[in-house]
Design a binder for this molecule. Structure first.
Ligand SMILES: Cc1ncc(COP(=O)(O)O)c(C=O)c1O
Length: 421
């Protein structure tokens, strides 16, 4: 059985008074806090190794242990998402880099199209937009419903035999909606299209089984999964990774660079190293391996079940106050553990709310994100104008939050609601 109070003690950030106040951290959809286990793994590298890893680089003892530990972290990551092999795991800097790699390297012809949605994070939308601009291919947008849900029938209308890539967000960082991934994968594969799933918000909170759902490529953001900043993962089916063009080239991605008759002939390494150019973030990889091992020990289904209870309380509590418009579906079963909201009326804006919760409550600092969450197109679709500074507040939860924190937040939100006319 998971002892949640023990889990919470693994996060020293939460066990301090900050400026004399208790912290309630409701910003995990942006950045999750890190348990001691993660920074101990990184500390070991920086304190006792500090050397260069990677095939064919420094082969001395410190280099060998660095390589061994980073490859162990790759094995942990493969197990976390049930990849067929660690060689399907590519370390990136973040989810954005993974999306840029696939958008730039999947062969795409002018007559082919790319299907994505209006609900995408800019990191999931703009790399494909840019590529389509370069190739002259059509980018088709599936419109999310006004409540942020995505209907497989709308994908069916946009996907045809010329669709090369279908890319979309599994859990939205704005609305919290979980997309019907498996149905869309089936539709896409029926038309011979490749599917890219943005797992930045899904994989830290629920079990992602890439083999079971048969997705072609997925990207993860490790800093949202209790891991270090500056680490992401691109998953791809091995035979597809082999076919992709190179992305960054230079050191560490080559078997050889032959010089013959005044010309060079590069011979590139197979995946995953083909996509890991230059000296890597070894400490970060070890921290990432420790982070997913930590989450797996708790159990992804256990995390999901607990978050459902918490997100119901959070969502229904905000709705009950009747002063706030909630962005996304109003049924907790259709969403993940985050709620974006804004005042229904009056001149108080989203930044006023986060500032108040950060500064004005005597006993606590309640830390939330305000703004547009890098999802402008959907906000325009539902009538908000990010260009004119309109936005939302987002409260997002994770494994270290408690029901008591949600209750404190709701009491304070009720107090705050009195300022809204
Ligand atoms: C759904 C989604 N996709 C992509 C990203 C970008 O992630 P990263 O910062 O790791 O590049 C985010 C970050 O908030 C996100 O929420």
């Amino acid at each position: 059985m998971v002892v949640w109070s023990k889990i919470r003690r693994d996060f020293p950030v939460l066990n301090q008074l900050y400026e004399g106040k208790n912290l309630i951290y409701f910003d995990s959809a942006c950045m999750a806090l890190k348990p001691v286990q993660v920074w101990e793994a990184m500390e070991y590298y920086y304190k006792y190794l500090g050397a260069c890893g990677g095939a064919g680089r420094s082969t001395h003892s410190l280099g060998q242990e660095t390589s061994m530990l980073t490859e162990e972290a790759r094995v942990n990551m493969a197990s976390f998402i049930n990849a067929a092999s660690p060689n399907e795991i590519i370390w990136t800097r973040n989810a954005t880099e993974g999306l840029n790699i696939v958008a730039a390297t999947i062969p795409l012809k002018k007559e082919e199209n790319v299907v994505t949605t209006t609900l995408e994070h800019h990191s999931g939308m703009l790399p494909f937009y840019k590529r389509c601009q370069e190739t002259g291919s059509e980018m088709r947008l599936v419109e999310a419903d006004k409540d942020g849900t995505l209907d497989p029938a709308d994908f069916e209308k946009q996907i045809d035999d010329n669709t090369k890539i279908v890319s979309f967000v599994h859990t939205s960082n704005l609305t919290g909606t979980v997309a019907p991934l498996e149905e869309v994968i089936e539709i896409a594969h029926d038309h011979g299209a490749l599917v890219v799933s943005d797992e930045a918000q899904y994989a830290p909170h629920s079990k992602l089984d890439v083999k079971k759902i048969d997705v072609d490529f997925s990207v993860l953001s490790i800093h949202k999964a209790c891991g270090p900043t500056g680490v992401g993962v691109l998953y791809g089916k091995y035979e597809l990774l082999e076919e992709l063009d190179m992305f960054l080239v230079g050191g560490d991605v080559i078997e050889d660079v032959i010089y013959e008759d005044g010309k060079i002939i590069p011979k590139y390494l197979p995946p995953p190293h083909k996509f890991e150019a230059g000296l890597q973030n070894y400490g970060g990889m070890m921290g990432a391996g420790a982070a997913v091992e930590y989450l797996q020990k708790i159990g992804m289904d256990t995390i999901h079940r607990r978050e459902q209870v918490f997100s119901r309380k959070l969502l229904e509590g905000i709705l009950e106050l009747e002063k706030f418009e909630v962005i996304g579906p109003l049924d907790y079963k259709q969403r993940a553990a985050l709620v974006s909201f804004r005042p229904k009326s009056g001149s108080i804006n989203h930044n006023d709310i986060t500032e108040y919760f950060n500064e004005m409550i005597p006993s606590h600092k309640i830390l939330m994100r305000s703004g547009n969450m890098c999802v402008h197109p959907f906000q325009y679709q539902i009538g908000l104008n990010p260009g004119k500074g309109e936005g939302v507040v987002r409260a997002s939860l994770y494994i270290y939050n408690t029901m008591n924190e949600i209750e404190i937040f709701l009491t304070e939100l009720e107090n705050f609601a009195k300022f809204i006319d």
